[in-house]
Structure formats: structure tokens, C-alpha cells
Design a protein around this ligand. Sequence first.
Ligand code: GLA
Length: 402
Amino acid sequence: MKIVARCCTPVLLCSLVLLSGTAAGAQSAPAPQPAIDAGLALTPPMGWNSWNKFGCNVDEALIRSTADALVASGMRDAGYQYLVIDDCWHGQRNAHGDIQPDPQHFPSGIKALADYVHGKGLRFGIYSDAGTKTCAGRPGSRGYEYQDAAQYAAWGVDYLKFDWCNTGTQDARASYSTMRDALNHTGRPIVFSLCEWGTAKPWLWANGIGQLYRTTGDITDRWEGHEQYTQGFMNIVDLNEPLWPFAGPGHWNDPDMLEVGNGGMSLEEYRTHFSLWAMMAAPLIAGNDVAHMTPEVRSILLNRQIIALDQDALGMPGHRIRKLGDLEVWTRELSGGNRAVVLLNRGATPADMQFTWADLGYPDKLPATVHDLWKNTTVTAHGSYAVPGVPSHGVAVLQIAP
Ligand code: GLA
């Protein structure tokens, strides 16, 4: 028997893999590897989730029509590959303890639905909870982790969002590790999305357990402010931004799903929401009615240059480097020595804003092109760059290439 130390990530997170040989010298099948070794989520996952728009009003017709719309709208081809059903798909467990879908809303069963979604060139995701019940009171996976994981794999599930309601005194790291092991045991690569709301600081331990982990409570479709247990997206930005050093390929800070297109904000605010998610290298999980979205909403979700910013291969999230009242400058290091800059105006009136090459770590005289990712214009500059009239609640998103 040989013991091999295996480094899974650029940081010092190692696991031991046991390789055993038979008397004849043939090796048995290797133990299932941590999902991260399968190269999952080397860039932030992209897809769609039912919760923000539809809540518990989910059924198989909605999922099928959403799959159709993800293809027809061009979203699939732009990278939105995971179609995830959130809470409320569950019925009861059968006599063997196997989880069943709600027979009224999912009469054809989950396998048939996953097959349909796969047939559209998409990947299929599902939701459960580490506790005894989900947040909406459906059966949770506590005590059924291996059974549920095996069931999901048999259905063809590619992504699991795992919530944290009704967990009592459970330890978050231990509970999520159990489900990670159960998923790995299936041998099927399944992206594991931890939804623990940041309570136990998952950015400190979730690398190697899941590929994305919620850093905050739930988002709601407004600029800022608190509403019951939810909060506006700028509140979430302020909580997620300082965590930028902890995220990277295979382990992403998740500031929750997108509200773009859900009707509570202006298009300007939705552009800002989408831009900041891309700047923070957040998962881009659309949460709107994609079968009925306006062309303006579609053009935000399908801005390929903003998507490319989110998906930059270096995988280093951007962060705020300056704040003067309502005016903020954010920078992000990109692959190939490039940089991204966001000029964010949180105030009520338009503002002239600028940044310097020193902000980017560039020498003053270095010539570079500055490309505006929303206006799709390019100029050459050196030393500094100014944008007149950044709109109220708006952004300029710039890519700087020496
Ligand atoms: C929690 C999660 C949400 C959603 C709901 C479903 O609030 O944070 O994203 O999954 O549960 O009940």
C-alpha cells in the first residue's frame, strides 16, 4: 500500500490518497477524489436558480420552459450552464427513506427532468439542507447524506446547493464535510454550493469542501436596506468585498444569486449589480424569469465582456481601493498583466471620477489601452484616466491592457 500526499489547491490543503495493489500487481480502482480535483469551478459557476423569482412556485413545466429559454436567449452559450431547482421540489421520503419529488408538481420525476435539461446542453442542479428540514419545511438531508447523494447521482444531478436551516447545534464544517464525502462517494462530479450564509465564516474552511460558499444572508431585489432576513445588494457588497483574499479557482465567495431583471431596481442599478458581481468573481446565477425578460435585461445578463471579467482565468477577485464618500474605485488583477477598474457612484447625482496608473501598480509612463466594457469603446492612455459623469447608482467598468 502506498500513501500519496495530494495537494488539491494552491494553498496548503493536502489529503492522503491510499493506493493499494493486488498480489498480481494490478491496482484497484482509485478512491473517488475530492470533487475539486475533477477541475470543477475553476472559474465562478454560472447558471440560473429558481428561488429569487419563483420561491416555492416551482414545477416541472417551469423548469422545462426555463431550460428552453436559457438556450433560446443565448444564455447557455454565454456560459450559464447550471439550471438549479431551489427549495420546494421535495415530496416525502418513501418507506426505504429515499427522497421523492413532490408528485403534484414533478409528476414525471427528477430523472426525466434532468434528462430534459441535459438534452438542452445544460447541467442540472438541485437543493437540499444540512438540517432536518429545508428552510421551507421540506425534508432535509440530516442523517440521509449518503442516501441522498446516491439518489442525486442516479438522477444525473451536477450541482447541489446545500442550505443551513433547522440545523440546531450541528457544526457547519463537519456537516458540510459529511455531504462533501457523500457526494465524492458517488464518483459523479457534482459542484457543491454551501449555503450557510457566512455565519461560521466558511471562507476560512470551505476550500476543499465545496466550490462556492455563501458569505452573507439572503439578497433581495433592492439597492440597499434590510427587509426581514434579506438585504439589498449594496449591503451584501459591503459584507462580501473584504473577503476577496480568500476566494480563487475552485473556491468562490458567493454573495448570493442575481436579482437582475426582477423588477425592483432600475436598469442602471442592475448594471451596477452585475458589474460588481463580475468584479468580485462571484458566481453568476441568474434569478429572473428568463422566458419573459425584456431585451434590456437580456443585454445586461448577456454582456460578454462583463462575463469575461467575472470568468478571468487568474481567478483573483477585485476589491475596493478607495472610498471618498459615495465614490469608490475598485481594481482587479487579471490574467496577462491586465487590470480591471470599476468606478462606482453610490450617490444621488452624476460624478466625474478618475484613477491613476499608481492605483494599478503600473509605472506612470506605461502606455495602455482603456476599454469601457459597457460603452464598448477603447482609447490609449498613460498615467491616469478620467470618466466624466458616472451616473447616480452607476458604474464605469474599464479594462486596462498595457
Ligand atoms: C435560504 C437560502 C435561499 C433559499 C431559501 C429557500 O433562505 O439562503 O437562497 O435557498 O433558503 O428556502
